[in-house]
Design a protein around this ligand. Structure first.
Ligand SMILES: [Fe+2]
Length: 183
């Protein structure tokens, strides 16, 4: 699902966590080992599927989590297994061909894992514009939360096909910036 479809002002204000914390690696560590490979698994959500209603329906959340996100994980694991075989066979052509699938599906897994962690039901901190250090960083870099929403929507509208617009802060650099990524 294209994030831009979700990032309307109403949706952001309704479900965005107002106490967002660093989430790099969130959900990505849910891995076990098989044949020496990490096997990535679908991370549990911190809330029920219907907990974000009426901003996002429970049916959409379940479909998005169990079908869409799971498909990226399944295809990522498959590509990694094929990569292991290709490396074992010293098949460099196959290794190169797999890069696209690894990037696309691994990226989809990472993006979705981050996405889930940025949402919260109203009773758990969702529904309010960002406050504290996050709110300060947004105001400082973008001017206001409303300006950030406008920028995200504008950049999302400029993407071809489906994609994600992510605003993030670098833990090494005390600023916040907007980047584009996909799928
Ligand atoms: Fe999705």
């Amino acid at each position: 699902m294209a994030a831009r479809a979700l990032l309307t002002r109403k949706t952001l204000a309704t479900v965005l966590r107002n106490d967002a914390k660093p989430i790099i690696g969130a959900g990505i560590a849910a891995a076990t080992h098989s044949r020496g490979l990490h096997v990535y698994t679908l991370p549990d959500l911190d809330y029920d599927y219907g907990a974000l209603e009426p901003a996002i329906s429970g049916e959409i959340m379940q479909l998005h989590h169990q079908k869409h996100h799971q498909t990226y994980i399944t295809n990522f694991n498959k590509a990694l297994e094929q990569l292991q075989d290709a490396v074992a066979k010293k098949d460099s052509s196959a290794v190169v061909k797999l890069q696209g699938a690894i990037k696309f599906n691994g990226g989809g897994h990472v993006n979705h894992s981050i996405f889930w962690k940025n949402l919260a039901p109203v009773r758990e901190g969702g529904g309010e514009p960002p406050k504290g250090s996050l709110g300060w960083a947004i105001d400082t870099h973008f001017g206001s939360f409303e300006a950030l929403v406008q920028k995200v929507n504008a950049e999302g509208a400029a993407l071809q096909g489906s994609g994600w617009v992510v605003s993030c802060a670098d833990s090494e650099i005390p600023s916040i910036s907007s980047i584009l990524t996909y799928p």
